[in-house]
Design a protein around this ligand. Structure first.
Ligand SMILES: Nc1nc2c(c(=O)[nH]1)N[C@H]1C(S)=C(S)[C@@H](COP(=O)(O)O)O[C@H]1N2
Ligand SMILES: [Mo]
Length: 367
């Protein structure tokens, strides 16, 4: 591990961050560390406003000073790098839209219930990110052939239990994935500097992946010769299943295909007859090819998808359906991506509660 030069920063005041999140309409699950979801109506736009972008933190929010902050690139490299924000901003900038989704999004609807942040459906948001392609920095450093993974280390740290060791939020990617996944070292989000809560001054953005890969407050990239086994790599973020009496683990990687109904909102009164249903869909694996809507268990009807959505963005869709009869009606939406993957009817249960991409249902009252 590279020696830490400056660990002396303070954290953002948790109460202040909490109040700002509340004011913006974030549905807060936990104040410190701050965790909260996007109000679903904020997903109607292709890009989620920064103040309403969901927040997932494991520790306090580092209040980093860009003038003393550095990105260290080391380990199995030809040239160790120590880059300032200015150095990074002097490299030609790239922009791309990417949707971030927490692997635990939808956990709250798993039965039986599982431990972990009780995300409903709003642990997902999309932004346009500006920064330097990760490959550009890897090429400057010259990753040695013996390196198998790159470890991305954030400045945020703390103990898992009282009196335990201090650990950092760290995740790895294989060198191959890091080169091919289109990752950005992002310093801007929707045209503004990253807000402190989203990783100021620099974060990785790994498009299409569940967002634990998109390490915030990035301070180090280390090329290592063995698979990384840090806490957030080995003890969490995998799908656990039992096969032939054996427990098998599959790391969470690409976001599963999913759609959400944004309109009408749950439990609202709607008039019988024609009803406009709107929502968004996304998949980390491939573009969305169709979204279908079903009313009260009836046949699946094709929605109209916005084919213009930027790659990586939320695809908005709209369907005009009929709601006949009065009383409760159920609206369900299901997306399919270009790989043919679609959404299961029932939530795919796993011990840590990841990847719940079950068909989304909204119940309304027709009269
Ligand atoms: N340094 C650091 N990076 C992090 C995390 C963290 O706690 N610390 N949380 C991860 C997880 S689990 C998610 S879902 C996303 C959330 O990003 P956001 O808060 O910008 O929405 O950041 C990821 N990167
Ligand atoms: Mo997450």
């Amino acid at each position: 591990m590279i020696e830490r030069l400056d660990d002396s920063f303070a954290n953002v005041d948790p109460q202040e961050a909490y109040r700002a999140a509340l004011d913006a309409g974030i549905v807060v699950h936990r104040i410190d560390p701050l965790n909260g979801e996007t109000p679903l109506e904020a997903l109607r736009d292709e890009l989620t406003p920064n103040a309403r972008f969901y927040v997932r933190n494991h520790f306090g929010i580092p209040n980093l000073d860009a003038s003393s902050w550095r990105l260290h690139v080391g380990g199995l490299v030809q040239n160790r790098l120590e880059l300032t924000l200015n150095d990074l901003q002097n490299i030609p900038a790239h922009e791309r839209v990417a949707t971030l989704e927490c692997a635990g999004n939808g956990r709250a609807s798993l039965e039986p219930q599982v431990a972990g942040e009780p995300w409903r459906f709003g642990a997902v948001s999309a932004a346009q990110w500006t920064g330097v392609p990760l490959v550009e920095v890897l090429d400057r450093a010259g990753i040695k052939a013996q390196a198998c993974e790159l470890v991305f280390r954030g400045a945020d740290r703390g103990q898992l239990h009282e009196g335990g060791d201090t650990i950092y939020f760290e995740r790895s990617l294989s060198v191959e994935t890091a080169r091919s996944c289109g990752a950005l070292l992002a310093y801007a989000m929707n045209g503004e500097p990253l807000p402190p809560v989203h990783g100021y001054p620099l974060r990785v953005v790994v498009p299409g992946w569940y967002a634990m890969a998109s390490v915030k407050w990035l301070t180090e990239i280390e090329a290592v010769s063995r698979p990384f086994t840090g806490h957030y790599q080995s003890d969490t973020y995998f799908f656990e299943a039992e096969r032939d009496g054996r427990v098998v683990r599959e790391p969470a990687r690409l976001q599963r295909v999913r759609s959400l109904i944004l309109e009408p909102a749950p439990r609202v009164q709607v008039a019988r007859g024609e009803l406009v249903v709107r929502g968004v869909a996304w998949s980390g694996a491939a573009p969305i090819v169709s979204v279908e809507v079903s009313v009260s268990g009836g046949p699946w009807q094709k929605a109209r998808c916005n084919g213009q959505a930027a790659p990586g963005a939320l695809t908005s869709w709209e369907a005009i359906v009929r709601v006949d009869g009065s009383g409760e009606a159920s609206l369900r939406a299901r997306a399919t991506d270009q790989t043919g993957a679609t959404q299961p009817e029932t939530p795919p249960w796993n011990r840590l509660g990841y990847g719940n991409n079950a068909v989304h249902e909204v119940r309304v009252q027709a009269s």
